[in-house]
Design a protein around this ligand. Sequence first.
Ligand code: 13P
Length: 255
Amino acid sequence: MNKAVRSAVIAGNWKMNKTPAETTALINEMKPLVADADCKVVLCVPFIDIPAAVEAAKGSNIEIGAENVHFKESGAYTGEVSAQMLIESGVKYVVVGHSERRQYFGETDQTVNLRTLAAVNAGLTAIVCVGETLEQRELGYTETLLKFQTKMALTNISADQLKNIIIAYEPVWAIGTGVTATADQANQGNGYVREAIAEVYGKAVAETVTVQYGGSMNAKNADELVAMEHVDGGLIGGASLKAPDFAAIVKAASK
Ligand code: 13P
């Protein structure tokens, strides 16, 4: 991390876990454990849990995010949720283009870009996910793919709007597998993302953008990962469902 030029952000991505009642209990357990964090602390939760999460996090340093957002303001899009709906519910962040959405729900680089634009234009901070599959890595396309996904996601985003963008490098082969990228692999992937931003917006701007690592990050490996120059925090799946584990990661990023 380089806290002198950019924010460190630890964000949980709860995926499809926790009911509203469980949300209240988990956030109440987390609050005292992360109260003295020297990084931003975010929990991205299922839509149905947002009211409970916002209520439980009130008065604390935990900010609430959603896990997806639709790109239209309103209309006949059954089952979808707009950026304005999220804003009015007290949401500040939203995960966009997670690999699970790309894999299971037909998310493309174009829809990731549209969702990113909708989120940022409404005043949300978008946590945009990019990452290669194992096959793409083994074929030697990691750099090409990460740069392509990053640039596609940021199409029509102004340099000024980058203040409200976080990119999360999540190698697909490291998500939920227990296989973490090594600190060097994470730093290299995050570095490719930063280079892609620099190629479009210039190096000075790219240095200010928070780039997280995600993929089996946990209480044990967090220290080593966040010590890397380009790893400005993490997007945490499984370990964000356990208060002590999540708090340990927050602590690692607070050093
Ligand atoms: P895990 O931490 O469970 O591997 O999930 C990472 C992730 O997908 C966060 O968005």
